[in-house]
Write a protein that binds this ligand. Structure first.
Ligand SMILES: Nc1nc2c(c(=O)[nH]1)N[C@H]1C(S)=C(S)[C@@H](COP(=O)(O)OP(=O)(O)OC[C@H]3O[C@@H](n4cnc5c(N)ncnc54)[C@H](O)[C@@H]3O)O[C@H]1N2
Ligand code: MOO
Length: 438
């Protein structure tokens, strides 16, 4: 059974508290086995342990000649060492077993290195000798190091190593690892289904001709796309009128289809704001009725039996902030991810943000390294309904509550939306085994 805190009277949690409450309603997702070809964007449900070493055999890392390095220890331009080229090994062919001191084998990047030979000399660094009879010879004028340009079996990944952790979102890089081991199927968490219900009399769909008083639904598609990027499958409802009965009907339909329902708009205090009333009339109980954030203050959470309802603000910028700060952690948990916290850094504000707010302001911004420091440019006209600067946005400047806001030059916190860090189940990051020590 899911454990969650119900706080019906609560007027205002912080973003972190609200996200935690919502996340506590999400249980462990079910798993399924799918083809690796279709696994992009899915979350691995079992840690992948290497079934054999990678590379699987000793192989050449350069085109050239395999030799025994000891034969070259006194080689110099005045005393070159001569080798008879005894054969040729193409990538994909079975290795030869020759390895005499004065013999070389023509070899190519990816070819198996013959047992007994321990070094590959790049072809640019050998001299071709005249062909003597049927035999060909090369000369080497420098000492070669043992192991030079030879990739040992298992030097990349040994057998039995955890190479991709459970909870990792599978992308191109992870696919390269799994494909290298001939994996055909992977066990992943099932995609959570999320219903998205935009609310508002003024909203129309792109196929409709727009009247002067109407706007096209932007939040519905924005939310659908973001949810898909996060790994959910989405059922987007057409805009619902500002009518409590209609909203209840749509919520009830959504409960039949999904465990997570997101409504957008109609959650503030106006005469046409019916999302909260409808949620309660549908049988849901409030988890919280406000979040201490700007934009997105009216964002609310509800629980209906096994369903979680998140009511996002209709102002597109507020909707986006709610998506990134509240919906994202919930959906990632429902996808089986173990972490993926946004990186929070410190940066210098490039312009004044003198707008007092009793709540923390998450201001859409562009953050960029300049002369060794992170500079934060607040973007666009800071009104919750404005989206003109969306495509330049890569960060939220975090303006602390109280006071007058923050002035240019002040050091503030910034949430980097393009940077997240994966953690293990205990909230730790450990890269030590991957850091090269030499
Ligand atoms: N008297 C008060 N008025 C307001 C308060 C308040 O405390 N007292 N809060 C303000 C805040 S803060 C916000 S944020 C907004 C939020 O209102 P709602 O979440 O109820 O959103 P709506 O009123 O439905 O819409 C707001 C705005 O956004 C446009 N919108 C709505 N849905 C979409 C969509 N799918 N695509 C594009 N644009 C959308 C809508 O037309 C409105 O312009 O309330 C303040 N009011
Ligand atoms: O909290 Mo509202 O989202 O600022 O405009």
């Amino acid at each position: 059974m899911n454990v969650f805190r119900v706080a019906p009277q609560s007027q205002g949690f912080t973003v972190e508290e609200a996200a935690e409450i919502l996340c506590s309603t999400i249980g462990i997702p079910s798993v399924e086995s799918i083809s690796l070809d279709d696994a992009g964007g899915r979350t691995l449900a079992e840690t992948f342990v290497t079934p054999f070493p990678l590379p699987p055999f000793r192989r050449a890392a350069m085109d050239g000649y395999a030799i025994r390095s000891e034969a070259t220890c006194h080689a110099s331009p005045s005393t070159p060492v001569s080798f008879q080229v005894k054969g040729r090994i193409l990538p994909g062919s079975i290795g030869l077993t020759i390895g005499e001191k004065d013999q070389a084998v023509r070899i190519f990047t990816g070819s198996p290195v013959p047992a007994g030979m321990d070094s590959v000399v790049m072809q640019e660094r050998v001299e071709q000798e005249e062909v003597r009879g049927a035999a060909s010879f090369i000369r080497i004028q420098h000492p070669c190091k043992r192991g030079e340009h030879v990739a040992e079996a298992g030097e990349d990944l040994e057998e039995g190593v955890a190479a991709v952790a459970k909870g990792t979102k599978l992308g191109a890089k992870e696919a390269a690892i799994l494909a290298s081991f001939g994996m055909q199927r992977v066990t992943v968490y099932s995609r959570p289904k999320v219903a998205v219900i935009p609310i508002g009399n003024e909203l129309i769909l792109p196929k409709e001709a727009r009247g002067p008083h109407q706007i096209y639904d932007a939040n519905g598609l924005m939310t659908e796309m973001r949810l898909r990027e996060l790994g959910a499958s989405v059922i987007r409802f057409p805009p619902v009128q500002d009518d409590p009965e209609a909203i209840v009907r749509n919520l009830t339909k959504a409960y039949e289809l999904t465990g997570l329902v997101i409504t957008i708009g109609g959650i503030s205090v106006g005469d046409c704001d019916f999302a909260a009333e409808a949620a309660e009339r549908s049988g849901a109980v409030p988890l919280f009725r406000k979040v201490k954030m700007r934009p997105g203050k009216p964002t609310s959470g509800f629980r209906h039996r096994q369903h979680t309802v998140i009511c996002l603000s209709g102002n597109p910028s507020a909707c986006y902030a709610g998506l990134e700060l509240l919906v994202r952690p919930v959906v990632l948990k429902a996808c089986g991810h173990t972490g993926y916290q946004y990186q929070v850094s410190k940066g210098v504000l490039a312009a004044d943000v003198i707008r007092p707010s009793p709540y923390t302001r998450y201001l859409r911004s562009f953050a960029n390294m300049q002369d060794g420091r992170l500079v934060i440019y607040p973007l666009g006209r800071d009104r919750a309904g404005n989206i003109g600067a969306f495509s330049q946005t890569n960060a939220f400047a975090v303006i602390p509550p109280g006071g007058k806001g923050s002035a240019a030059g002040e050091q503030i916190q910034v949430i980097l939306l393009d940077h997240w860090r994966q953690q293990d189940g205990n909230g730790k990051e450990d890269f030590s085994s991957w850091i090269e020590s030499n």
